[in-house]
Design a protein. Sequence first.
Lengths: 187, 127
Amino acid sequence: MARLARADEISSEAREISYAAHKVLNGRDLNPASTTHWFSHSARAPPLPSLDFACFPEYLQIPVFPPSVFAVRHKESVMTILSEWNQWFMAWAPSDGYSASTSYEFPPSAVFAKVSCTFFMEYDSDDVSMFSPGIVSIRRRKPDNSDETVAEGNAPSVWDPNMTSITVGIYIYKCQAQLFTNLEFWG
Amino acid sequence: MPSQRVSQQSKSQRAVSPVSGHAGQAAAGPVPAIKEVQAVAFYDATGRIHHMHHVVVFEGGKSHNADSAVRDAKEKAELMGRDVSKLKVLHVPHLEHPHAMHRVDAKKKVLVELEPAKSSSATTRKR
């Protein structure tokens, strides 16, 4: 039976599960203080028989495991995060609307991309302001080695195992806001 | 083309910047190096940019020439519901400060950096 848990309980529980999983998978305990190792993991992680998004109430299925023990299945293979790249920038539009887009071009990669707003300040509190970040489109490599562009309709996150480009965009009106783009490279 | 930094507003008119800079980036693990950053600005006769498109090419990624960058920028703007057909276009092959906001110096055809500025109509909330 799920129950509402406090944030500190979730954090503590997630840590315990992560350390337990790491011990099962790698045969050693994690030093709780050495969280800087979260990104120095191996792509050769064995299958996770029972740890896929486990142990959380449905409404709290947040992937808070350290990436070293957090893996997903894709077509019967287990993948982990190899690297991660973030970019953020501020935009503002005092009176008129403004839009911007950024295309990232990279070699075919398994990419999980996310965008979010990390700062927002309205300029005119008596009028409407708007900031709309999203993923405009991706380009992916098909099995016949051709590329295709797929519109994503301003989705906040996109996953593709053979992505070669992603375009993120914002529309901003009478406010100042910051767009945060997160590209995770999996393998 | 070199961009030129100008201050558009007095200090008191500037908005608060919540971070140490206006932008930045961070990476963990073996991320390919950035090979090039281009920009395509769609602007009006006053130099105000209505839509700005950046192309960030990592090592091993697809490079763009001016034509393909502009074509790609138009496609992306249309996907976002923006009509840029009546706007002028400026292609910048090597963008110096990709995190900055810009306007276009219409005579010199160069980008000019802008500082964050509050609207002159910005008011405190009326109670």
